[in-house]
Design a protein. Structure first.
Length: 312
């Protein structure tokens, strides 16, 4: 069964989904966000999906919004079986959702209704979840609120961070959407309404969230470290100098120190955290400098037991 697909997506996360549909079906056109200024020179930069679509020699459109009259006309002429959406970043109006022969389907990187919104992977890790996954859902005007068609789960491993989960879910979402479109055509899927009472919201990450609040427990700080990699990263301030924490682990070492106080610098760089917990900083980095292990860092820095990192 070969389906006619209009694909809509923007970031790198959506690339495996576009590739899967291109290999297995007929992608009529790709819609992605228009090029935007980026980098020091603020030169116009195409989205990852825009670049991939051109590599695959696919028709590509970059409207700023979808409620423009010509967009609806273009889509109706394509007469797609499905509109497949993955992290497009532009809201689909009602009249667009009605165009495909079957449905408009969206791939979202969480087990909905948990973690609706912009940063489901990061917020899931920040919350210390042990499991995540992806959802193929029937699109409606609300934010990630449409009925669930198919879900695939993913266990979060101890070594996972936002980067590794992003890659895993990117590929899993592609497989989930491919399976969901096939099953929907065959009548093997019955859409299930989301339980609104269990919905949580994954708000967009802000750079300021990377500043460590040492009053949190070491486990909470560790979860943020995993969830905020690579952006916005975790950092702390010592003597007006910004230090980025690259790697570390929570410890069971109890203490009676004020959170943010350095309680060990000889064999390990250990910091007092809230709830009588402590955190071992394994590697860290000054702005524009190399990443260093704590012992290398200590050789060129005057950091002593009893020093304190600044608090929020």
């Amino acid at each position: 069964m070969v389906l006619n697909i209009v694909f809509m997506g923007t970031p790198e996360f959506a690339i495996p989904s576009l590739e899967h549909f291109h290999l297995n079906h007929n992608v009529l056109a790709v819609f992605t966000q228009p090029p935007k200024p980026a980098g020091r020179g603020m030169k116009s930069k195409k989205s990852p999906i825009h670049i991939k679509a051109k590599e695959l020699n696919l028709k590509t459109y970059t409207p700023t919004k979808l409620d423009e009259n010509n967009v609806g006309i273009i889509l109706k002429k394509f007469n797609p079986d499905f509109i497949v959406v993955v992290a497009y970043g532009i809201i689909l109006p009602k009249h667009i959702l009605k165009i495909p022969k079957f449905i408009a389907i969206n791939g979202h990187a969480s087990l909905l209704p948990k973690w609706r919104g912009a940063a489901p992977i990061q917020r899931c890790l920040e919350a210390g979840e042990k499991e995540t996954g992806t959802t193929a859902m029937l699109m409606e005007p609300g934010l990630d609120s449409g009925p669930i068609l198919l879900q695939k789960k993913l266990k979060i491993l101890k070594e996972d961070d936002a980067s590794s989960i992003h890659k895993k879910l990117s590929n899993l979402t592609a497989k989930c959407l491919l399976s969901a479109t096939k099953k929907y055509c065959l009548g093997e899927i019955k859409p299930i309404k989301q339980n609104i009472s269990k919905a949580t919201y994954a708000k967009k990450l802000e750079k300021k969230e990377g500043l460590i609040d040492w009053k949190l427990s070491s486990s909470q700080i560790y979860n943020k470290l995993k969830g905020f990699s690579p952006f916005p990263g975790l950092f702390t301030i010592l003597n007006d100098e910004k230090l980025k924490i690259i790697n570390g682990n929570p410890l069971k070492l109890e203490h009676s120190q004020k959170p943010g106080t350095i309680i060990e610098t000889e064999s390990k760089l250990i910091v007092a955290c809230g709830q009588n917990t402590s955190f071992f900083i394994k590697t860290l980095q000054r702005p524009g400098k190399n990443i260093l292990y704590f012992d290398e860092f200590l050789r060129g820095s005057k950091i002593e037991k009893g020093f304190s990192f600044e608090q929020k």
